[in-house]
Design a protein around this ligand. Sequence first.
Ligand code: PHE
Ligand code: FE
Length: 259
Amino acid sequence: MDWTVPQDFTGYTPAEHDVWRTLYARQRKILPGLACGAYLDGLDKLDLSAGIPDFENLSARLHALTGWRVVAVPGLVPDAVFFEHLANRRFPAGRFIRTPDQLDYLQEPDIFHDVFGHVPMLTDPIFADYMQAYGKGGMRALGLGSLQNLARLYWYTVEFGLLQTPDGLRIYGAGIVSSFTESRYALENPTPLRLAFSLPRVMRTPYVIDDVQKIYFVVPSLQTLLDVTVQTDFAPLYATLATAPDIPIGDLLPEDVPA
Ligand code: PHE
Ligand code: FE
């Protein structure tokens, strides 16, 4: 049982395709200069402007680029199922789309967040490998009882990660690129902390799910993110972190390096 369901692509209404097009046009307009090159290139390659994408068709294009596919799931799936999909280069995406009165905010990830937010980065070979490695690492963390620490890594990279580039900070996190307000806020607002990425630091930092982030972590490159996470054995790290206190969100430590 892998929790996948048919997308039922022909079941979407014209109004639902309109919601997609509205969200797409709004983000596409503001993201140049905010999102990283890998994301913007991926978005253009996938050509998602016409309406809610058909996963069959989308998967064929994505598979040709990096060997990933998109599969439909009913909503959040059990952790082990989620990791198993990622470890096999399948991205589980929700099928439903938000209503017109939820354009700016909704609690559960919908197809716009899952596809527009996540799938363009999966066209990047390095990020594609990172996501697969994360899936394998997830299965290991489950066995070691350290899921909370690993989930924070996902949150502060895949969902809310920032990237240092020669042109300045750019977004690669799906939670940011799919949000009209946070895509500017994450880069331009002076309030949140922006710290250089550190694996133990990220794993000790809780997160908020119902507001813009108070802290972002910046990687020097996607290759560095992949190298550091793949080359580090997380088991001893988890063991150390099991007795280390969480760092309250927003606290700045003496060893923190502002980005
Ligand atoms: N290296 C990690 C481990 O030992 C696995 C991992 C790789 C986790 C990449 C996340 C991202 O568990
Ligand atoms: Fe997400």
